[in-house]
Design a protein around this ligand. Sequence first.
Ligand SMILES: [Zn+2]
Length: 400
Amino acid sequence: MSRMKLPRGQAYLIALAVVVVIAFSITVATSGETGTQSAADESTVSSSSPPSSSPSASSKSSAPNKPKSQSGPNFEIKALKSGEKPPQFIIFSFDGAGSHQKWLTFSATAKKVKAQFTGFLTGLYLLDDAHKSAYVGPGHAAGKSSVGFGGTKDEVYQMINDLNKAKAAGHEIGTHFNGHFCAGAEPSANKWDAAAWNSELDQFFSFLTNYAQINGYTDAPKLTVTPADIQGERTPCLEGDSDQYFPALLAHNMRYDTSKVSNGIQWPTLINGVWEFWMPSVTVPALGTKVIAMDYNFWYKFNKAKDEPGRAPEFTKMVLDTYQSMYAAALNGNRAPLVIGNHFNNWSGNAFNPAVDAFMAAACNKPETVCTTYQNVLKWMAVQDPAILAGLLAQPPTAN
Ligand SMILES: [Zn+2]
């Protein structure tokens, strides 16, 4: 049975508050988690530990490595002509990015339809379980995590190979930070200050570059994903105060966030130097009610995130119908990039990932449609005529 290094049991309880324009407040409760830690473990963490400094590791591995030739963007990056419509971008992303089986599944589908996508890596998947104490989450004890660690040495090696293959195929790797502390595993990301976020990122980048030394590996495969590749992130459970974490992103040469929620499908917005790729709140056609278009939020909306494998086909269809309706709305509306946020997971009888897979297979080959990464959309935006781009960005969100 394949190990899923994912927050299986998080409950994202979403409260939508309509204030003047629309403000979203997101309340998150954490229940059982996967990996080696249980929710009960997390609730007992010390709240007195200061944010850690990076684990020490200095010399870089000298293992020789032949860089694989890397695929570039899967579409031609060129400026729109006056009056020309932008491509309908679809950005698929997966938080955690720690399942070999799911890398295989989505890489194969993406290859068939020439799609590229983004994996937001949980940095702890580069630490094997024996070395978990190398991680100290902000305000937490050493070795604590809500989503486990990398497992065995073989599993860490598999992870590295999956990441290398993904990069070679032109998929993007970003970060989902490390310990995934959401409400209930206090102090959760909502309570972190800039120093805490900097500590998370310092540690993430240290794991990325120094996993061999930290784990004591002498024959580890070299990870071709470098700090320069990591340009964006999604926060744990969409938690966090951007006044605190945006400065940490910029301090780590990162350019975008994709954690804030928009009412409808909206073009990215530059906020304090960081591009926000909004997570859209959309209508589920089968229910006529709105939800943030992310797997866990769908699940919570459908049945309060209870494991009901018998309803998997019904859930898959409701999610796929929602994606199709979002796609049609954007394609015929403001053409804002569709952000399809997910985890690699098998929740409720694997109800959710097949909807993403089916949508990728069905939509990415459609005319005027490009399924690509956040970084490639940013590259495309950078070559546009500033006035044309400003016009696109200023459009109101599209409702599905
Ligand atoms: Zn997550």
